[in-house]
Design a protein around this ligand. Sequence first.
Ligand SMILES: [Zn+2]
Length: 175
Amino acid sequence: MSYTNTPQNRVKWKYWRLNGLSENSTEQSMSDILSDFSQFYILLLLSEGPIHGYGLIKEFKKRTGKTLSAGTIYPFLQKLEEQGLVKRSEKAVGKKPKIIYSLTAKGKKFTDALFKRFAAITASAIEPSLQTCSSCGVRIYEGGYIEEIDGRKMAFCCVHCAAAFKEHQGHSHHS
Ligand SMILES: [Zn+2]
């Protein structure tokens, strides 16, 4: 097994070491989990640009190691088309016209929202405490302020909230 030092592999490497699992069994179960996201993957691939059905199958296989069946792809693409999220166009390739699928403007908005939601879910799994201000409890979307207090990484909406929190902590035994 060759190990290339990409950021992705560094994360994987850390994961394996933390869990004491062998590289292969972990990789296998990750593929199993990720391939259940077949609809998510199809939208992800579509968001990267126009693609034909076979291209979706090929890319899915490349990224997950799993085979995506035509029975999964085409009914889903049809559903997306009916919802106005995907449009198809024909492109002549040699003698046969090829059907290319691409996201509509509505589809682009839809996938943007979907990926943002997905990112929010995974972010809260990674750092649950970094989602809300530790002082005032407001949700932090971006531009938050992180400070380590008593060895714990804490998130605040702004420096003033961090100062207020420390002040309150420092004087709490008086009240
Ligand atoms: Zn705050």
